[in-house]
Every structure is written in C-alpha cells, then in structure tokens.
Design a protein around this ligand. Sequence first.
Ligand SMILES: [Zn+2]
Length: 331
Amino acid sequence: MITLDDFLTQGEAVSALIADVRAGRSAHAIALTGMPGVGKRTLARLLACAFLCVGEGKKPCMQCKGCKRVLSGSHPDLLTPSASEKERSVKVDHLREIIHALSLHATEGGSRVVLLNNAERMTPQAQNALLKSLEEPDESTRFILTASGDAGLLPTVRSRCRVVRVPPWPRERIERELIAQGASKENARELSVLSGGSLGLALSMQGDSDFLKLRQLCEGTFFSLRSARDVPEASAKLKDKRDDADEILSVVEQRVREYLLFSMQAGPEPVPAAETRSHESWLAARPRALENVLAAVIDAHRYRASNVAWQAIEEQLLYIISEEILLWQPS
Ligand SMILES: [Zn+2]
C-alpha cells in the first residue's frame, strides 16, 4: 500500500506540504492539481488520514480507528459530495449534506475534513456555495480539493487554497512500486514505459492484462514496421481487433504525440517498449512527418465513427506510417 512517506520524493512542493500537515501548520484549504493518474486522490485521502488520525507518533499511523475509517470511507467527520465518480458535474444538490454538516460541530469533537475530488467538475454554483466556508474557516475544518488542471476552479476558490501541483512519477519509482505489488521485473519495466508517469495508469494496466496486451499489440505493429512490406503482416495482427479499435487508436495517438513533442524538443525522449522495432525511425522522424501521422490517426478515429471497415482503416494507417516514418533502407 502507498503511504504518505512515498509522496515525500514527489518534489519539494509536495514534501513541504506533507511536513506542514504533520506539524499541524497547514493551510485550511489545499488544492492538489496535476495530470490524471499521478496520485492526487490517493494523496488527498492520506492527508485526510493525517488530519483525522488519533494514533500516536508520526501521522497518519494507518492503524488507529481514525485512519481506518478514513480508508474505508466511513469516517463521520470526512465529508465528501454525494455525486458518484462517473457524474460529469458536481452540483449544489450534491453538496447539501456537507453544507448542512458544516453548520454543526464535528461529531467526534476533533477536526473534520471536506474532501472534494475532481473539484474542476463542480459547477460555479456549487463552488460559490462552498466559498463562504472557505472564506470564514472554522478552526477545526480542513478542505482538500483535487483537480486535473485547475482551469475549472473559480479564481475566488483557487485563491483561498494552497495549490500544490503533484508531478508525474519518475519511471524507476513506478517500476519499484509495481515490483512491490508483485509484477515481474520485465513487466514492471514495460508498464512503467507505457504509463507515461502515471502510477494510477500503471497499476490499472497491471490489473488489466487485456489492456496491457493491447498496448503491446500497438507497439508490435504500428511502431515496429521496417518497410512497407511489413504492412500486410501487421495488418493481419490487427484485423480481428475491431472491438478494441477505438482503444487502439487512442494508444497510437498518445504515442505519436510523445514522438512529436520530442521531435519539437518539447518533450522527453520516448522510451521504447520491449515489442517496439522501429523506435529509431520514429525518433529520427521530422515534426512534419509526425504531424501527418497524427492527422491520419485522427482521421482514422473519424472513419471509425462513420462505420468504415476497421481492416481498411488500420491498413491505411500502417501504409501512411510506413511512408512518413521509415528511413530509407536498402532492400
Ligand atoms: Zn492513525
């Protein structure tokens, strides 16, 4: 299990926040931002544990009644909106219980925590409904917000929070975590490459072998062409994957974007997976060629939506890749 200590290596802003929370001098409202899968919600829950921990020693102890009830989601002083994860927006209605509870005292007599995940999905009305409590905090209440990007947060809400960006995880760190969770060395390496710094994605891929196979299939086809003559064989591997077509195109799109950013010196060098055979060609490709491929992937998404046969779509995309990306090689 991931602990608060695991986040101490996640950059200065995060470790300073943890130190302040443990020392009891944190801001009354914290907003955790960053790309999906970097652990914002995990960190938020662990901070809630730290606030509500009643154990001895370093907080959170993860053993006491307070910690256990936070982890199981049953702590009476941990307030979260009634909206489900899948709901697109969090409305005032979802906050009624919280707003009512805030007008009363904490039930356990100690602190209480309002945990607002995906706060960028809160409607402006919902955010405004919380503003009063953010503006006039009572001593015992702590707010923790998480948001993927903070574009959805009202400036008035944002300005009342200590905003901490949670950075992507280093590849080695993801690898170590996966091995600790039982992955083999090879799998851990592979998943850490494919996850792009998202521990959440790496862990869900580890638990979902179909998804991992799909990523490996993409690497072994679209990113393994040596010449146009390889297209029929690659196409044959893809043609029965019609049900996974949209997922496949999304995987390819993300990967092409990584190479494109690298070619424009705007991103790190992509790491090849074990299946990747044409990594050198992709690395050497010019931005213009990668843009053409990206446009072709986006077209492919569109053809899918208008019911063009999958086999025709994947085959055409493979040919475009072989034309745009492959270095000239003597046959
Ligand atoms: Zn505890």
